[in-house]
Write a protein that binds this ligand. Structure first.
Ligand SMILES: CC(C)(COP(=O)(O)OP(=O)(O)OC[C@H]1O[C@@H](n2cnc3c(N)ncnc32)[C@H](O)[C@@H]1OP(=O)(O)O)[C@@H](O)C(=O)NCCC(=O)NCCS
Length: 152
């Protein structure tokens, strides 16, 4: 893993005030980004949790999850294209799991595009295993989704 060549923040819990920065990152990283209004609404919800890593107030990476009835579901995880492969996504994943375990999270689940090799490698290195396949799950490309799972 490459080392970070600059001092980034520790993972921080994001709030509705971070919605615009989150929306910018979403548009840079995803073909079907969440809309700003969706993010603003989600960040108000008690079961929606987002953590980010910043550099000088600029959001470089984030993870969003829901925590319902012991199940932690990763909704999105993204790193700014210029800050990739420096360990930010892994740091966020580890932090999110350790922080929410305190709140009673027992299982981690997520869906990932079959062709998303960077994300699949990250989740595999975190011990996540495939428990399902959703055919033609993604409306934009028709790509299948792998369902991954890990007991915490
Ligand atoms: C997937 C993503 C979040 C990874 O973020 P990142 O901060 O670059 O990841 P890290 O630096 O923490 O890398 C952790 C591990 O992921 C895997 N990985 C990351 N980028 C990779 C790449 N380009 N090719 C292969 N494996 C990769 C590696 O196993 C890596 O560990 P290593 O560097 O020790 O080999 C990033 O590529 C991204 O934002 N992609 C677009 C959005 C997306 O697809 N999100 C996932 C939704 S499920």
């Amino acid at each position: 893993m490459k080392q970070q060549s600059f001092d980034v923040s520790d993972p921080l819990r994001l709030t509705p005030r971070d919605a615009v920065a989150l929306s910018v990152l979403e548009h840079l990283c995803f073909s079907s980004p969440w809309k700003l209004e969706q993010l603003e609404r989600a960040l108000e919800l008690p079961h929606f949790i987002a953590y980010g890593i910043k550099y000088q107030e600029k959001l470089l990476a984030y993870i969003s999850l829901t925590h319902i009835a012991g199940e932690l579901e990763i909704l999105n995880l993204a790193t700014h294209p210029e800050a990739r492969r420096t360990g930010l996504a892994r740091r966020l994943l580890i932090h999110a799991v350790s922080d929410t375990r305190r709140l009673g999270a027992e299982r981690l689940v997520l869906e990932v595009r079959t062709g998303n090799i960077p994300a699949r490698n990250l989740y595999a290195s975190f011990g996540m295993i495939q428990t399902g396949l959703r055919k033609h799950y993604y409306a934009d490309t028709g790509e299948d989704a792998l369902v991954l799972h890990k007991m915490l």
